[in-house]
Write a protein that binds this ligand. Structure first.
Ligand code: ZN
Length: 323
C-alpha cells in the first residue's frame, strides 16, 4: 500500500497536498511544522523513500543516538502507527483474496470542491436545484463507491469493508431495507452514511410532483426515524429524473444528487464514459446483490471493483469528505 498522490515522488516535494499545506501554514509554530513533517514522513514511508535521518531517529552524524524532543518522538510514533496500518491493510487484503492491497486515500480536502450539474444533465431552473453529477471535481486520484437498493444483506460485506477500511455510501430503498433495518443500522455504526433511494424504487418521471414527493420525502422520514439522521444525498432509481424530482428532493432537505460514472458487478465493470476508464473523482455505482442476481457474492463484487481501481492507481475515498 502507498499513499496516492498526483506526481508522487521522493523528498519534501512529495505531493501537492504537502506543498500547499507547507506554504499555507509556514510560520505558525511548531505544531504546524510537526503536522507538515508528519505528512512528509507519511509520504516517504508510504512511497518507500527515505525521510530525513534526524526525523526518523536514526544514528546521528557522529554515531551518537540523537536526543528526541517531543516533536521527533511524535513523528516516530506517527511513522510506527502508519507502518502498522499498512501491515494490517496488507494482511486484510490477503484474507479477503485481493491480489493487492487497496491504496490509501489522501487526507480529506481542507476545502470541499464546488459541485455543479454535469453538462447535459440540467433541468429548467437547475441553478436553484440540487446539482446532478457523475464525477466529483478533484485532482486527487480517488474514486467513490456507492451501493444501492438493499436487497442482499450479507454480513460478510460489512466485515470485509471494515476489515479493509474501505469507505462507501449507501443509497437505500425502503421496500428492501424494511426486511431488516438492523443490517443497515450495523452498517451505519461502522461509519457508513445512509442516503435516499426512495421508498419503492419507482420510475420517478412517470409520477406527479406529489407522487415523487411521497417517494423521496417519505424515504427521508424513514431514514430519519430509523437511523436518526436526515439524508443530504438522494439518487433517483435508474438515474431517471425530471424537474419535479429535483424540486421534490430539495423540498425535503436533499442537497445533492450523485449519479455514477461506472458500475461494478460481481464479475465485471460497465462504463458510462466513451474511454471506458476511471477518472479522478468518479462515482462508482454498485448494488446490494447476491448470487441470485449476479452469479457472485458482495465480496466478489468488491474484489472485482478493487482489482480495477487499484490496478489503475486509484484509492477509494469517502464521498461525504468531498461534498
Ligand atoms: Zn436502484
Amino acid at each position: 500500500m502507498r499513499l496516492v498522490r498526483q506526481n508522487e515522488q521522493c523528498g519534501h516535494e512529495g505531493g501537492r497536498g504537502e506543498r500547499r499545506g507547507w506554504r499555507g501554514r509556514r510560520g505558525r509554530g511548531r505544531v504546524a511544522a510537526l503536522a507538515v513533517s508528519a505528512a512528509v514522513v507519511a509520504t516517504a514511508i508510504a512511497s518507500g523513500c527515505a525521510a530525513d535521518g534526524d526525523e526518523r531517529g536514526g544514528a546521528g552524524a557522529h554515531g551518537q543516538q540523537p536526543q528526541l524532543g517531543p516533536p521527533a518522538q511524535a513523528l516516530r510514533d506517527y511513522a510506527d502507527a502508519l507502518r502498522a496500518q499498512q501491515a494490517a491493510r496488507a494482511a486484510a487484503a490477503k484474507r479477503w483474496g485481493l491480489a493487492s492491497a487497496p491504496l490509501a486515500a489522501p487526507p480529506a480536502p481542507a476545502v470541499k470542491p464546488r459541485i455543479t450539474t454535469r453538462k447535459g444533465f440540467e433541468v429548467e431552473g437547475q441553478a436553484q436545484l440540487p446539482p446532478v453529477f457523475t464525477t466529483v471535481p478533484t485532482k486527487d486520484k480517488v474514486v467513490f463507491l456507492t451501493v444501492d437498493d438493499g436487497a442482499e444483506k450479507d454480513p460478510a460485506f460489512l466485515r470485509m469493508m471494515s476489515d479493509l477500511k474501505l469507505p462507501y455510501t449507501a443509497f437505500l430503498s425502503d421496500y428492501l431495507v424494511k426486511e431488516d433495518y438492523g443490517y443497515f443500522k450495523r452498517m451505519q455504526k461502522r461509519g457508513v452514511v445512509l442516503n435516499n433511494h426512495t421508498l419503492n424504487h419507482r420510475y420517478l418521471p412517470g409520477l406527479s410532483y406529489e407522487g415523487q414527493r411521497r417517494e423521496i420525502c417519505g424515504m427521508q422520514d424513514v431514514i430519519q426515524k430509523r437511523y436518526g439522521k436526515r439524508p443530504e444525498l438522494f439518487r433517483p432509481p435508474y438515474g431517471n429524473y425530471n424537474r419535479d424530482t429535483l424540486r421534490a428532493a430539495k423540498s425535503c432537505g436533499v442537497k445533492a444528487v450523485p449519479l455514477w460514472a461506472s458500475e461494478g458487478f460481481a464479475r465485471h465493470m460497465e462504463w458510462r464514459e466513451w474511454d471506458k476508464d476511471l477518472h479522478p473523482g468518479d462515482i462508482i455505482l454498485t448494488h446490494f446483490r447476491g448470487r441470485e442476481d449476479w452469479k457472485g457474492t458482495m465480496p466478489d463484487m468488491v474484489r472485482t471493483v478493487l482489482k480495477t481501481v487499484t490496478a489503475k492507481g486509484y484509492a477509494v475515498a469517502r464521498l461525504e469528505d468531498y461534498l
